[in-house]
Ligand binder design. Sequence first.
Ligand code: DC
Length: 224
Amino acid sequence: MNIITIDGPSGSGKGTLATKLAQHYQFQLLDSGAIYRLLGLSLAEQGLLNTLNGNIAEAVHVATHLDIEFIPSNAGILTYLNGQDVSKQIRQEDVGQFASKVAAVAPLRDALLARQRQFATLQGLVADGRDMGTVVFPQAQAKIYLTASVTSRAERRYKQLQAMGVDAKLSAILINIEERDRRDMEREVAPLKPATDAIIIDSSHLSIDTVFNQMCAYIDTKLI
Ligand code: DC
């Protein structure tokens, strides 16, 4: 079974490229960040987010029983939590922060492993996240680490949010990205880093099409 992993910091273009690659190869798509965002939102709604370590059993229960659905539509993939469309809400910066908090807690990461691995089907998979190539799918055929400078990532995220009609400030996004990078890279469990067998692409000065072509050229040599 073919698995392509794309890891890297937020705003590097992973989401866009993973979507394009999944379409190109006709593979299933896993947006693992969305799963962390959904868990963060769910724990916040239940008042468990700020006392995670004191309520770990309860939080793990929430993670294991998370009622989520990803439904393709003309407007992209719609994301449901407990039957409610939260596609727009989970893209808000505060939910990104919730996700990053959740992501630093080892038992919660473990609780989400099986769910993420279920996305690997015979059809093939493009998995987008932070630890796809290092932890969740170490056996993947093609591993890519996509990065970009903090400034270019903040500008991209700003434009993306604007296009989605989400109100945001560039300076706040920049601080947010730096904070999240630090937390994701310095955490003890599954820190953000390239797998030893990943290729590294810096997209700061490259167009999406250029990055896409570089990725395909690499992936085509790896698929079975
Ligand atoms: O990719 P994203 O911005 O939607 O991810 C939200 C947060 O979830 C991010 O700060 C780190 C965390 N995350 C993770 O730890 N591991 C993953 N595989 C995906 C996301």
